[in-house]
Design a protein around this ligand. Structure first.
Ligand code: A2P
Length: 355
């Protein structure tokens, strides 16, 4: 295609694209979503950026065009076909019903509707087929940031060997709590470096994330697990359509700005050959395997930041159980764990003509 016909084709695609709103456009996930929409050329005929009244009138530039941020209270959701929500659970609880009532299809990044039977919970590489029809609730939920990369690997493992159980520990970055989470990590680290005995009043990460790790994310449940750990179990079961899947998790916040890591132990129904496991994982969509023969033998958050792939390393068979193995994964939680997954849901909906 010549440059002229390519430009004409892209203009035609945009003209037929949906009218989009991004709610939470000034936040960490919203900003990443704006980057991704541009990078991936998601077609849209109109774009509206929405946040709280604090940001109303702020100008943001998207693909060389300036947009004024609108306060959610002033926004008319009947003017859009699809609304991405990444402004927190209480905002979704209040405003998603308003948006769906007005006719918009919502792609929601919070826990608010994930377990609702009329709301599909989607990781496009795993269960895009549930997007063949417009959901009854008018909402498609984006799963928890640690669940998304995990189920993308578990799908391939289940299909080849059958999963008997999995034991997961997460190492989750501060950006899971948005810009203010990253700021708290930076400020508390600076304060501690200047004076190891400094008093720092943590807001997001008590008792303080600087030079620390915290084995608690979200609130404690009566079971002794945290809500984050429960989310990983229930959401994995729903996405993989395996209601009895046995996954048990310890979720830990670590002093990393961005990218979640997970240590994963899986016991399968039948023996697993390590070489074949490497092949199966490497063949999964948008997964990069760092095997021990290569120079970058294992992925780390600092190395894979801003990547649109799930990175896997440390793949090793256990000595005493031929059905079991360990692996290590790292994924950008703002992209893969939130914004990219949401944009890929929209791409699937557009391809299927559901939007
Ligand atoms: P604002 O910047 O106006 O506060 P993060 O996850 O980085 O903390 O960002 C949260 C996002 O959610 C921001 O865009 C923020 O907008 C938005 N937000 C927070 N509270 C509300 C609210 N009550 N109504 C609409 N948007 C909100």
């Amino acid at each position: 295609m010549t440059a002229v016909t390519e430009a004409a084709a892209s203009a035609a695609r945009a003209a037929s694209g949906p009218r989009i709103a991004i709610v939470g456009a000034t936040g960490a996930v919203g900003t990443t979503m704006i980057e991704l929409i541009t990078e991936r050329g998601l077609p849209y005929r109109e774009l509206h950026l929405v946040a709280s009244s604090r940001s109303a009138g702020r100008i943001l530039t998207v693909a060389d065009r300036e947009y004024a941020v609108r306060a959610i209270e002033e926004f008319d959701f009947s003017s859009v076909d699809v609304a991405f929500f990444s402004a927190g659970t209480s905002v979704s609880q209040k405003w998603v019903p308003v948006a769906t009532e007005a006719g918009a299809l919502v792609i929601d990044n919070t826990i608010a509707f994930r377990m609702d039977p009329d709301t599909p919970l989607v990781v496009p590489q795993v269960n895009a087929h549930v997007l063949d029809h417009r959901p009854k609730s008018g909402v498609v939920s984006n799963p928890n940031c640690s669940t998304i990369p995990l189920v993308r690997l578990l799908r391939g493992i289940e299909d080849r060997w059958g999963i008997r159980n999995a034991v997961v520990s997460t190492y989750q970055a501060a950006s899971g709590l948005g810009y203010s989470g990253v700021e708290e990590l930076q400020e508390s680290s600076r304060a501690t470096l200047q004076d190891a005995g400094a008093e720092y009043e943590p807001h997001h990460f008590p008792p303080g994330l600087a030079f620390n790790v915290i084995p608690k994310i979200d609130r404690f449940l009566d079971s002794g697990f945290t809500l984050e750990e429960e989310k990983m179990l229930q959401e994995s079961r729903k996405i993989l359509e395996l209601p009895h899947l046995d996954v048990t998790t310890t979720c830990v916040r670590v002093p990393v700005a961005n990218c979640h890591s997970e240590s994963v132990y899986v016991e399968c129904q039948s023996p697993v050959d390590r070489a074949e496991l490497v092949e199966v994982l490497a063949a999964l969509p948008e997964v990069e395997v760092h095997d021990r023969e290569t120079p970058t033998a294992f992925p780390t958050p600092a190395v894979v930041d801003s990547s649109d792939l799930v990175h896997v390393g440390r793949i090793r068979s256990t000595q005493n159980n031929p059905r079991a193995f360990w692996l290590w994964l790292v994924a950008d939680n703002l992209r893969i764990g939130a914004a990219l997954n949401a944009v890929q849901i929209a791409e699937e909906l557009i391809d299927r003509g559901t939007l």
